[in-house]
Design a protein around this ligand. Structure first.
Ligand code: CA
Length: 233
């Protein structure tokens, strides 16, 4: 079955260029030229991945990104942001509000395709890899089969990268992972990912599951080494 990519971008030339190249690679492409239209399409069609331009007419891409992440139907869909701004703060902001990757315009379409492929591969993570179906620790429970994460009785919606991080920590409860190990395990051979990206996703994960993200109960920083899921009784 063809994987579906939703492209939300108002510049028709760019839409056609990206769509053509994705279709050549065997993906089915849905096009939206405006944010709300894209959001509705995302809910209805549940694409495997969304490419989202930040500069859109009307509602801006960052707002759309937040809405996609906060809707339980679309929360786990990976998002690649396109931005014309080269300001690094903007990229970090994009990652912090829920994007999985970003590209600065002008970009090579081949590189975008490589990132699409990589983001989809990250999602191919099979819950069957899990030795147990359920994980439970101090008010945090994870159902690997349905991707349901509950904290203190409330369901939390996580982005795809945060889910993978949490699953990895839970399946190796108490084990410490360095940034490099996390890069390797979660992002694979994608050389364009910077160690800072790991911290951004850890911060997003904490924001979603910790009661107080300044004093985390779950995802602990092991100074000078990396991160682990707390295993204290
Ligand atoms: Ca645009």
């Amino acid at each position: 079955m063809k994987k579906i990519i939703l492209l939300i971008e108002d510049e028709k030339d760019i839409v056609e260029l990206i769509a053509f190249n994705l279709e050549v690679e065997g993906y089915k492409v849905l096009k939206a030229y405006e944010g709300y239209e894209g959001l509705e399409m995302a809910k209805k069609e549940r694409p495997n991945l969304i490419i989202l331009d930040l500069m859109l007419p009307g509602i801006q891409g960052l707002e759309i990104c937040k809405m996609i992440r906060s809707n339980s139907i679309t929360a786990t869909i990976p998002i690649i942001i396109l931005t014309a701004k080269s300001d690094p703060l903007d990229k970090i902001l994009g990652l912090e509000i829920g994007a999985d990757d970003y590209m600065t315009k002008p970009f090579h379409v081949r590189e975008l395709i490589a990132r699409v492929r990589a983001a989809l591969r990250r999602m191919d993570f099979s819950p069957l890899e899990a030795p147990v179906k359920l994980f439970s620790y101090k008010g945090l429970s994870i159902d690997y089969g349905s991707y349901t994460i509950i904290v203190d009785g409330n369901r939390v919606d996580l982005g795809p990268t945060e889910i993978k991080l949490l699953f990895l920590f839970a399946q190796n409860h108490g084990r410490v992972y360095s940034r490099d190990q996390l890069l390797h395990r979660i992002w694979g051979d994608e050389t364009f990912v910077e160690p800072r990206t790991v911290d951004v996703h850890i911060s997003r994960l904490r924001k979603a599951i910790e009661r107080d993200k300044e004093n985390p109960d779950y995802i602990l920083t092991v100074r000078g080494i990396g991160y682990k899921l707390n295993d204290m009784k």
